[in-house]
Design a protein around this ligand. Structure first.
Ligand code: FAD
Ligand code: NAI
Length: 509
């Protein structure tokens, strides 16, 4: 009984502590402290983008050391790992968005933010050309922002490989708007299929949901869509039961090539159970408004062209270089051989430049273009810039002390200054010891539908591969804890509970 009583008390205390911590974080979110004015005499650090790389840099940067300017067409940070869940309404998109103004308002010194697109980086003149591409424009919609230091964190755009019809007829899955468009189109296809006297062939086509690209984006979306059908759609609209079908098209022999063989097999067998068709070794060559044309490699190695009709087409074939990045690469002879983005050195400095760094999907490193890599690169740059500012301050202080030492009149005065100089020199050596960027891989996680996930987790010096319902619970708790703020965590958790209790909303916006 005593043990039970103590367990009960400790549980209470733990619960109380957690509630207190949550209450405090909500309070501090709503009541930011007064900020220091930004100092234009300091070096101007311009950061392009508000994604994983840029925001993780901003989170850890001591903004009082620089005159910081952030430029991005998106005035929020987006937690991309949960974006596939927004396509079916399992999670509301606003739950995974964090306003950049909230983030910047909590920095020690003011940071300027311009909601604009960087249209050109002029390296020679050290200016960024910016353009307001929002609906409402003032008299001033184009301008230039000079920089002393520049961080390019503009991410990547969707790869289409120049395949005709992709941009016109398919949906991508990168931004909030894409997820909203998919959500609307799923229901549009369903309701159109239910139109009076729709022909059987047309019903079949409209309810055929095709996903191109068997990377993690395509796999996660296919899993979420099939869940939507199983949990909600077929209950509310039983007439679609026999025709609603999800197909995943992949050019390579299997999906999720970055995962271990065991997890690839597990994903493929789970998809079979879920009745999602995987069309491997099928490369899409052309897209029209009603069907895709794909080159299929048969088991005997022969190739055939096939038309696959679709109602909804989601295109998830990876990343391509953004125009503004390509233009910068063209200005720099050192980038001539780089194809996939800005080649950088081990300190993330863009090759062929001084004081220009790149993070995330627009930079070419030895690592995959993931949020994990971008986040660690951003945090590394924050440490680097904080150290550079500290080094600057110490060097200025040392310069002053050397003059004081030369002007000292007595041995005692000279010795006192000498001791201070020695101490500062020690500090300087310590701060200058920052090593190059090193990525620490925590593992890969992907949701595959039917409340199952796959995970390749780095553990001690080995690797753990796991798949199933426990991995799914781990996936949920990991992503919940990784959400940007307590606000996001609460909203996502509420969305999950809401969907469990009432199902997803099948009305079309
Ligand atoms: P982004 O996060 O894409 O940010 C780019 C920023 O630059 C944006 O704010 C954008 O508005 C801005 N920008 C664009 N053009 C300009 C311009 N011209 N001027 C100024 N600003 C500009 N990775 C994982 O590790 N785990 C996952 O579970 C995972 N899930 C994903 C799910 C989906 C659906 C997608 C699409 C990606 C997922 N990723 C995941 C990959 C991850 O999101 C990216 O690797 C990551 O976002 C890269 O960060 P970034 O900062 O380089 O770019
Ligand atoms: P991806 O590059 O990982 O996969 C794209 C797939 O499309 C490839 O398998 C490719 O073979 C296939 N493909 C290309 N052209 C094709 C064609 N014409 N026809 C048929 N198939 C074609 O792209 P994805 O999934 O968008 O991911 C981009 C990045 O984001 C990756 O680095 C990925 O690791 C990361 N990411 C990570 C997630 C996670 O960890 N859970 C989730 C989503 C993305």
């Amino acid at each position: 009984f005593r043990l039970l009583r103590w367990t009960w008390r400790l549980t209470w205390l733990g619960g109380l502590g957690m509630t207190g911590a949550l209450a405090y974080s909500i309070y501090s979110l709503r009541h930011p402290e007064e900020q220091l004015e930004s100092d234009p005499t300091k070096k101007t650090l311009v950061i392009l983008g508000t994604g994983w790389g840029a925001v993780s840099l901003l989170k850890k940067l001591d903004t009082e050391n620089y005159n910081v300017v952030v430029i991005s067409p998106r005035n929020y940070f987006l937690f991309t790992p949960l974006l596939p869940s927004c396509t079916t309404g399992l999670i509301e998109h606003r739950s995974i968005m964090e306003p950049i103004r909230n983030i910047l308002r909590h920095k020690k010194a003011t940071v300027k933010f311009y909601e604009a697109e960087a249209t050109k980086i002029d390296y020679e003149k050290r200016v960024v050309h910016i353009s307001d591409d929002s609906e409402i424009k003032g008299d001033m919609a184009h301008n230039e922002v000079p920089f002393d230091m520049l961080v390019v964190g503009v991410g990547a755009e969707n790869a289409t490989f120049g395949i005709p019809g992709v941009r016109e007829h398919s949906c991508f899955l990168k931004e909030v708007g894409d997820a909203q468009k998919i959500r609307t189109r799923i229901m549009d296809c369903v309701e159109t299929a239910m139109f009076k006297d729709q022909t059987p062939d047309e019903v079949k086509r409209l309810l055929h949901m095709v996903v191109v690209g068997g990377g993690p984006t395509g796999v996660e979306f296919a899993g979420e869509l099939q869940d939507f059908f199983n949990d909600d759609l077929k209950k509310w609209i039983p007439e679609i039961k026999d025709n609603f079908h999800v197909t995943l098209v992949e050019a390579l022999p299997n999906v999720l090539p970055m995962f271990s063989k065991q997890l690839i097999d597990y994903t493929e067998s789970t998809f079979k159970e879920e009745e999602i068709t995987i069309r491997a070794k099928t490369m899409v060559k052309n897209v029209t408004d009603k069907y895709i044309e794909a080159e299929v490699t048969n088991p005997d190695g022969s190739k055939a062209l096939e038309k696959i009709p679709y109602g909804l087409l989601v295109w998830a074939t990876g990343n391509a270089v953004r125009g503004v990045v390509r233009d910068l690469m063209n200005q720099l002879p050192a980038q001539k051989t780089s194809r996939r983005g800005l080649a950088v050195n081990e300190y993330l400095v863009v090759n062929g430049t001084e004081n220009v760094w790149a993070v995330g999907d627009c930079a070419v490193t030895n690592y995959a273009p993931t949020a994990q890599v971008a986040g660690q690169e951003g945090a590394f740059l924050a440490r680097l810039f904080n150290t550079m500012a500290k080094t600057d301050t110490i060097e200025k202080e040392l310069h002053k002390l050397s003059s004081a030492q030369a002007a000292a009149k007595t041995d005692d005065e000279r010795n006192a200054v000498f001791d201070e100089i020695r101490e500062l020199q020690k500090q300087l050596r310590r701060t200058k010891q920052i090593g190059p960027f090193q990525y620490s891989h925590q593992g890969s996680l992907a949701y595959i539908g039917k409340e199952r996930a796959v995970a390749d987790i780095s553990w001690l010096s080995g690797n753990i591969a796991s798949g199933g319902t426990m991995t799914y619970l781990f996936w949920r708790s990991a992503y919940l804890s990784m959400c940007f703020s307590s606000r996001n965590r609460v909203l996502v958790a509420v969305d999950w509970i809401k969907a469990r209790l009432f199902g997803r909303d099948v009305s079309r916006e």
